[in-house]
Design a protein around this ligand. Structure first.
Ligand SMILES: [Zn+2]
Length: 335
């Protein structure tokens, strides 16, 4: 009786998981997911710190927003070539594993990781390798577990990349313009508290403030979304985090207010939309992307087959049961 019950449970669990996962998916072909807001016809930049951030943290977002029918053009801007690595070595004297950080490009790791990022981006739906930009400037943006990047340096780089006419605008008082509509990056906790990730959040906010300096009468042409960080337990419950993410989004919307009252944030300007022939509602305050099983496998393969140099043993747990491989919830930032 007990063994029959156990066998039945083992048989039912994968089926129940598959049904739950299918119902939780937010893609256009999912049964319940069509009502979730998304982004269409937007010029989108994902700002990351290291090659592999796009696959380990943002795979559901990229796989959702690069769907051709949405008409988005998605690019990735990565601020380091990823020359920092962690080594775990068994110390025979103490019997403990010791963690060492190594930094440098002695083995040509930086070059390898650039190629890995490009391969991964294509697996996650980007149109072309040329849509991936990697800034290799260790003096300003060192890949390090202990280095915080200057807010001014990150903001300055974003301004030169996406608002090159900023200086002319400041003197003319004309509406701010940018070559992107949407900027995506980490939130202030950076998912893993990595200082490089957290620097992107502060730099992105500083960029929007710079863009709007002296232009408070106009809406900001760039909308900033940040990836919500969760506690340790939620990080490792995969698709089962979907109801929690949904509930926390509802509660946050109910008690956090709508964000549209702030003229510095929100949607691309009406003028920008008219110039581009687009009349759409402003971007939602929150975005939720839940991978289908197929898309989850695409993210999984982006790590395993594209980021081969990074697939040390502890990454297998992250990509198999990690919620960021399945669920991304992003919040529109008020600046
Ligand atoms: Zn990273």
């Amino acid at each position: 009786m007990n063994s029959a019950f156990t066998f039945l449970s083992l048989a039912i669990f994968p089926l129940a998981l598959f049904i739950f996962w299918t119902l939780s998916t937010t893609g256009p072909s999912s049964p319940l997911g069509r009502g979730f807001p998304t982004l269409t016809n937007k010029r989108i930049c994902l700002l990351i710190a290291h090659p592999d951030d796009e696959a380990m943290f943002f795979a559901p977002t990229l796989l959702a927003l690069t769907k051709p029918e949405l008409g988005n053009h998605v690019k990735i801007l990565c601020l380091s070539s990823g020359m920092c690595a962690l080594l775990m070595i068994l110390d025979s004297a103490s019997g403990w594993f010791l963690i060492y950080q190594i930094t440098g490009d002695a083995a040509g790791l930086g070059h390898i990781r650039k190629q890995e990022l490009q391969k991964s981006a294509l697996r996650l739906g980007l149109r072309n390798e040329s849509d991936v930009f990697i800034v290799d400037d260790p003096s300003r943006f060192p890949d390090s577990m202990t280095a915080t990047w200057s807010e001014e340096n990150v903001s300055g780089l974003l301004a030169s990349a996406f608002a090159p006419q900023l200086a002319a605008q400041a003197s003319s008082q004309s509406a701010p313009m940018a070559t992107i509509d949407i900027l995506l990056t980490f939130d202030q906790s950076g998912v893993s508290y990595h200082p490089n990730h957290r620097s992107l959040y502060h730099g992105a906010r500083a960029f929007l403030k710079t863009l709007m300096r002296g232009n408070s009468n106009h809406p900001c042409p760039v909308t900033l979304y940040t990836l919500t960080s969760t506690n340790l337990v939620r990080k490792y419950i995969g698709v089962f985090d979907v109801p929690i993410a949904m509930l926390s989004g509802v509660i946050s919307n109910a008690f956090g207010g709508s964000g549209d009252r702030d003229t510095l944030s929100t949607s691309p300007s009406k003028k920008t939309q008219e110039l581009r022939g687009i009349r759409e509602p402003p971007p939602a305050n929150r975005l939720l992307f839940v991978n289908s099983v197929d898309d989850w496998l695409s993210g999984w393969k982006a790590m395993v087959y594209a980021h081969k140099s990074q697939m040390v043993w502890f990454r297998w747990g992250w990509i198999t049961v990690g919620r960021y491989m399945v669920v991304n919830d992003l919040k529109k930032e008020l600046v």
